[in-house]
Design a binder for this molecule. Sequence first.
Ligand code: DQA
Length: 140
Amino acid sequence: MKLLVINGVNLNLTGRREQGVYGAETLEEINDYLKEYAESRGAQVTFFQSNLEGEICTALQKADGMYEGIVLNAGAFTHYSYAIRDAIASIGVPVVEVHMSNVHARESFREKSVLTGVCKGEILGFGKNSYRLALESFLI
Ligand code: DQA
């Protein structure tokens, strides 16, 4: 099973920004944790991060036919990127949307995701384990 984890805008700052919300672990540390978990379950995981909307669309397009599942934390793009939504809808690989924080317990603009409707499912509020649970959803 080949899985891809995509992180969007500002997620490269995880561990440094808003630690009370996103925790103190860096994205690299979280990715190491996820890699170890995926490998223990016999899956291969690849990671991609970009602050650029178009690069995320390109990564989604390129993933078509290459992966069996994608875990996507699009960061703030979640709330307004029709381009990322269309890219998800354009590919055959199922995408699970994740958020580390409980977006429904925060500012009202975070309550709306324009991506959920074209995703297989959504997992949020469990910190780094939101990613792990999303990976697991492809492995059960
Ligand atoms: C986030 C939630 C988004 O609203 C925010 O813009 C992020 C991170 C999360 O993981 O909780 O950058 O996707």
